[in-house]
Design a protein around this ligand. Structure first.
Ligand SMILES: [Zn+2]
Ligand SMILES: [Zn+2]
Length: 148
């Protein structure tokens, strides 16, 4: 999966504050996982594990899964579904975005939610349905793969 690093990375102090507010500490493992998600842009637990393993062999896949679930509960990361296997995580510090996923090259890009504002507005008006925009992923073909 192509990396798309987000601008405006959160500070370590910000992570510490959020964790401490909920009675948790920023352990080295949690910090490694947060830094990996931030660096990778969009990453599955396996991809996070691979990145974390470059810095620490002490982390295993179940630790990564548990850590990502905790960090999502605390609002530090969010997930969407890009592969049919594990969820894909991104930093909650990233600006709200819709995911565009190319089925050919598996590139993940980010679209401005403003582009679907009339759609999500209509869902709210007509069905009383509130869209979780950050969870939204649209599949298709990117400009490069569309040929021609
Ligand atoms: Zn994302
Ligand atoms: Zn493509």
């Amino acid at each position: 999966m192509a990396p798309h690093a987000h601008a405006g990375s959160p500070s370590i102090e910000g992570w510490q504050t959020t964790l401490r507010t909920h009675g948790y500490r920023l352990t080295p493992q949690r910090e490694l996982v947060l830094r990996a998600v931030d660096r990778l842009g969009h990453a599955t637990p396996d991809e996070v594990l691979t990145a974390v393993r470059q810095e620490s062999q002490a982390v295993n896949v179940s630790t990564v899964y548990r850590t990502l679930e905790l960090l999502e509960e605390l609002g530090l990361v969010r997930h969407t579904h890009i592969t049919d296997r594990a969820p894909t995580y991104h930093s909650a510090a990233a600006p709200e975005h819709v995911h565009l996923v190319c089925r050919e090259c598996h590139d993940v890009s980010e679209a401005d939610p403003e582009l679907i504002a009339s759609f999500t507005g209509a869902l709210l008006d007509r069905y009383g349905f509130t869209t979780d925009v950050g969870h939204l992923t649209i599949f298709g073909a990117c400009r490069r793969c569309d040929g021609q």
